[in-house]
Design a protein around this ligand. Structure first.
Ligand code: 4NP
Length: 159
């Protein structure tokens, strides 16, 4: 059975679509794409139907990631049942997700992206939306590092 992973941020136009693309890249490099379903969503619907933020896309493409996903709002009824692992980008997202959880099983699926970090020292993936270009680079740095840790976690390998 496929392992199903959902990345969640606020707008689903910067961090979580990047997490989706970075993690798909890691899975692909490991020849495991057929074994995973990987998606992203936002706790808000502010940008639903829109492509990823153009600044985020430009920083991502420099590292070889094409952000192709279209923003959608997290749907508790569908997403908590469908996905095995739901990964929040920051503490606000985590709190929102916890409040939407219907039971302990839902709660048990929730993780914070930076909990999978191998060498990065951030406690969350900082929102880059209102900041400068370094914020987008930091997002990608954290996602590449924690993405490797998440991949190992999902394959029961030590970090
Ligand atoms: P994201 O970034 O949560 O990483 O997609 C944001 C996108 C939009 C807004 C905030 C953060 N916004 O306030 O519209």
């Amino acid at each position: 059975m496929k392992k199903r992973v959902l990345f969640v941020c606020l707008g689903n136009i910067c961090r979580s679509p990047s997490a989706e693309a970075v993690f798909k890249g890691i899975v692909s490099q490991n020849h495991q794409s057929a074994l995973f379903e990987i998606d992203s969503a936002g706790t808000s619907g502010y940008h639903a139907g829109e492509p990823s933020d153009s600044r985020m896309q430009q920083h991502a493409i420099k590292r070889g990631y094409r952000l192709t996903s279209i923003s959608r709002k997290f749907d508790p009824l569908y997403d908590f049942d469908h996905f095995d692992v739901i990964v929040a980008m920051d503490q606000d997202n985590m709190l929102n997700l916890r409040q939407m959880a219907r039971n302990e099983k839902d709660v048990s699926k929730l993780h914070l992206m930076t909990d999978f970090a191998i060498s990065a020292t951030y406690g969350e993936v900082p929102d880059p939306y209102y900041g400068g270009s370094q914020g987008f680079e930091t997002v990608l740095d954290i996602l590449e590092d924690a993405g490797q840790g998440l991949y190992k976690h999902m394959n029961n390998q030590p970090r």
